[in-house]
Design a protein around this ligand. Structure first.
Ligand SMILES: Cc1cc2nc3c(=O)[nH]c(=O)nc-3n(C[C@H](O)[C@H](O)[C@H](O)COP(=O)(O)OP(=O)(O)OC[C@H]3O[C@@H](n4cnc5c(N)ncnc54)[C@H](O)[C@@H]3O)c2cc1C
Length: 247
């Protein structure tokens, strides 16, 4: 499959292309599916970093449809990783629903980059949802001793069973049911974060990845109103909510 103008732009930005092969699949909940993949030599060539993601190329009636997905438990020695898909309407979700051993998918690595801040934080504040769950888990994995507060936006009753690795005593999980396009999540974070941060915020790190609108609002709040320096905040919108009345 050609990758169209997006592929040309990614090449200009030195994107590197790979092909993955599905080796298995697990239905984790009714709305969440894990796919196991062989990496086509990627991990040995690129190395691994926390929250690492790639752009997958799906076929949408002959047109390239590119979406980002996060690597779960990448193993460079074995050349394997998994991917976890929050299922909804969409071409990527459809692909994951049907994925079976032997299926292949093209991928471009471009844009992913994350290093744990230096000096390392002694407190972590995370805002995420099912789409960013794999990235949240990789953050918690790489900072296992760091006390973390996690606001986790849920959409389905089964989201309570999602495999969030936040079971340690120093992890505080705050589930928030999605309402009003993310407004409930914004309100909960705004109500609690200033008190949790306290006056000395220099040792904190805030990581935000939910829908684009909610992420934008929360990132601006944390940077401008709470005054956290840029290098203590990482924010990236993971998915675009449908505009009201679009259908
Ligand atoms: C860096 C990065 C890493 C990501 N990693 C993952 C990951 O590991 N797992 C994962 O599931 N997602 C992940 N995402 C999000 C994923 O790329 C988007 O959800 C993407 O839109 C899915 O593509 P699609 O073709 O299924 O749906 P699209 O064609 O993009 O959208 C179809 C419809 O579904 C809605 N929609 C899209 N995403 C969601 C969602 N998450 N929840 C509810 N409704 C939605 C849209 O508003 C639209 O109405 C990541 C995004 C980024 C930026």
């Amino acid at each position: 499959m050609g990758h169209g103008w997006e592929g040309v732009v990614l090449k200009l930005f030195r994107g590197r292309d790979f092909e993955f092969t599905v080796t298995g699949a697990e239905q984790v909940t009714d709305h969440y599916r894990r796919i196991h993949l062989a990496d086509g030599g990627m991990l040995a060539a690129t190395g691994v970093h926390p929250t690492m993601w790639v752009r997958l190329w799906f076929d949408d009636a002959g047109k390239p449809h590119q979406r980002a997905f996060t690597l779960v438990d990448p193993d460079p020695l074995q050349g394997t990783f998994s991917m976890e898909f929050a299922l909804h309407e969409g071409r990527a979700s459809d692909w994951a629903r049907d994925a079976k051993p032997g299926d292949r998918i093209e991928a471009t690595l471009q844009g992913s980059g994350f290093t744990v801040p230096d000096p390392p934080p002694s407190r972590l504040f995370v805002v995420g949802d099912a789409a960013s769950l794999p990235a949240v888990n990789s953050l918690l994995d790489v900072m296992p001793e760091v006390p973390a507060t996690i606001w986790f936006e849920t959409r389905h009753p089964s989201d309570a069973e999602l495999p969030l690795r936040a079971g340690a005593a120093h992890h505080e999980l705050r589930p928030v049911s999605r309402q009003d396009g993310g407004a409930a999540l914004v309100a909960e974070v705004k109500a609690a974060l200033p008190g949790l941060l306290g006056d000395d915020r220099s040792d904190a790190f805030v990581w935000i990845a939910c829908d684009t609108a909610t992420t934008r609002v929360l990132a601006a709040y944390v940077r401008k109103e709470l005054g956290l320096p840029k290098d203590r905040v990482n924010a990236l919108g993971y998915w675009r909510p449908e505009k009201p009345g679009a259908r």
